[in-house]
Design a binder for this molecule. Sequence first.
Ligand SMILES: [Zn+2]
Length: 362
Amino acid sequence: MQITYQFRLYPTPKQEQLMIRTLRLCQKLYNRAKEQRDTAYTQEGKTVTYAMQQDELPAFKKEFPEYKAVHSQVLQDCLRRLDDAYQRFFRGEAGFPHYKSADRTLSFTYPQPGAVAQTFAHEGSVYLSKIGWVRMHAHRPFDRANVTQINVKRYADGWMANIGVKLAAVEAGQSVDAAVGIDVGLRTFAALSDETKVDNPQHLRRAEKRLRRAQRRLSRKQRGSCNRQKAKRKVAKIHQKVARQRNDFLHKQSYRIVMKHDLIAVEQLKVKNMLRNRRLSKSIADAGWRKFMTYLSYKAERQGKRFVQVPAHGTSQTCICGADVPKTLAIRLHECKRCGWVQDRDIVSAKVILQRALKISA
Ligand SMILES: [Zn+2]
């Protein structure tokens, strides 16, 4: 089990230049490597593997010396990500890998950061190979000896380090995993207090889009016409398929969460607000959340676990230190002025929900 800590980075202008350059070079490498795979396959029927591409890196660096400015593990990680994309495609879990545009390449990763002595020797900084000591605000203590990877990500409002830390098995079973808070949302299906997120699966999003399109077509057909009947049947068919996929997703996710935790805390959904909102996507999501809560609650009961619903009031506008942190929907990052905590807003909400639930059950 692994958790990810997100800390804000404060690079110097020069470091930031290097970081932007790294992003750009990673993007180009990714696209070149993809092109190599696709050409080899279409022209010679050959499959290029991750191992082959990794072996070619030294020669590649000789040809394009600008790549010497990027840590070789970061480059290997780019190739691995590309390989993952192909593997997902081969398993039927995703579409064919796309070329990456510059504005979609927003992070790079050090998959095996050096020893603690190297990486975190200076308090308040992290050592990023080929970039240097970058100032980092680690607002919470974390297990420096068990860092598995460091991902550097560019956001609209600055840079963050996502630091993956492996948890010891015993710890994972008890303290961290025992209780969980869940915040459901439109952007990500659910954010969990253990700092993980559950996304709506791609295939479901695509199916829902198809359904909306079919419904629009149906609404344009003339009443009583033969075409309308046909369109109606089509909508019903897609509808059924989407409902089945959605239920399957909700069952899997609720089961996973219930099996992993002893106490599950969620927010009470506001009935009035939901009914007033006429946006289709919102109402579909709302139906999904309700079902999700129902599944969580009966699965928890069956497994002898606790299911707690807390009042929804202000869970997205407070910090776990108790301070008010007002933010509009557009602000995705929670930044507490009192305790200095910076974190994804949905994760914070999940933690606040958990905190409230623990207070109630205490
Ligand atoms: Zn705070």
